[in-house]
Design a protein around this ligand. Structure first.
Ligand SMILES: [Mg+2]
Length: 314
């Protein structure tokens, strides 16, 4: 699929310039995005057909085909406000967001390792209630991990995954591809608002990993895919940057109760965004725009795509 996508000379030159910039960049005093890009150029080169960093999950070769590896940490106070959500919700989320990264490659989860940094007095039973609920729901058993004490609650999860055939990377979108999302956006941000006003906020407390949708998109010929963890505007830019294409969005589907701004930049929806040339094979998926042959192009209708979304800075 990737080979079938002919990149323009302009896209290749832009890519080469980016590589040179990040090769010499420091890892400190950067945003998450910049630091991760710089780090990619400090790591050894991936093996043939492998992808070690820079996507939702790493892809390594195994005897059976490809093995997917995802790791993500959930930090109390950063990714979850414990005055609004329960420890069981935080536990659920820690596993679900990793499984979502496997789903974003078109894969299915295998096994999970869970490491917890635990402040004194933390209700580990309640935390694990949510972790094991998600493990059961997604058939992704927890097979090990670590427990250690610390000042701030951190749940660091690693998940394996398998994929039938080629995984779907962020880098395969082609000019002319349609851009789809698996559902309306902004539900998590609207859920967080509801929680602050005493409501239920399920969409924020219990994000869902869309494994079946990711598998269907891959099988149907998706050229690129990402899970919307940091907001449509940010995550679509990542696909466009990695693929060397421009993007034009002409419709942002807004979840019930959400605002258009939350739909564009709210983040933590974990809907999947994918590109492909034909009609979507995923039931309920919504076409939101298309990819263009002009790599710097980032448009929402006739306007520039707003710089909205979540990014860690340090
Ligand atoms: Mg992701």
């Amino acid at each position: 699929m990737l080979l079938a996508c002919l990149r323009s000379e302009r896209a290749l030159l832009a890519y080469a310039r980016r590589i040179e910039r990040y090769r010499s960049a420091s890892l400190t005093a950067h945003s998450e995005e910049e630091a991760l890009r710089a780090l990619r150029h400090r790591l050894p080169a991936a093996g043939p057909d492998e992808l070690w960093a820079g996507d939702d999950a790493a892809v390594v070769r195994s005897r059976e085909g490809y093995l997917l590896l995802a790791a993500d940490a959930v930090v109390a106070g950063v990714h979850a406000d414990l005055s609004l959500v329960g420890l069981d919700d935080l536990g659920w989320k820690s596993l679900a967001v990793n499984i979502s990264d496997i789903a974003a490659m078109g894969g299915k989860p295998g096994h999970a390792l869970v490491s917890v940094v635990l402040p004194p007095g933390t209700d580990l039973d309640l935390l694990y209630e949510g972790i094991l609920e998600a493990a059961g729901e997604y058939r992704c058993p927890v097979v090990g991990g670590d427990l250690t004490s610390g000042e701030q609650l951190v749940v660091a999860v690693a998940v394996t995954g398998t994929v039938d055939g080629e995984p779907v990377r962020r880098s395969g979108a082609c000019a002319g591809d349609r851009i789809y999302v698996t559902g309306p956006l902004g539900a998590s941000a609207a859920g967080l608002r509801a929680l602050r006003q005493g409501g239920d906020g399920t969409a924020h407390r219990r994000p869902r990993a869309l494994v079946a949708e990711g598998v269907a998109a891959r099988a149907g010929g998706a050229t690129a895919m990402i899970d919307l963890s940091d907001g449509l505007a940010t995550d679509l830019r990542r696909v466009a940057d990695e693929s060397g294409v421009g993007v034009v969005v002409d419709d942002v589907p807004v979840a019930p109760g959400a605002t258009p701004e939350e739909a564009l930049g709210g983040g933590e929806d974990y809907q999947l965004l994918f590109t492909m040339s034909g009609p979507s094979p995923v039931p309920g998926a919504i076409a939101i725009g298309w990819c263009t042959a002009d790599p710097p192009e980032r448009r929402l209708g006739d306007e520039p795509l707003p710089e909205l979304g979540w990014e860690h800075r340090w």
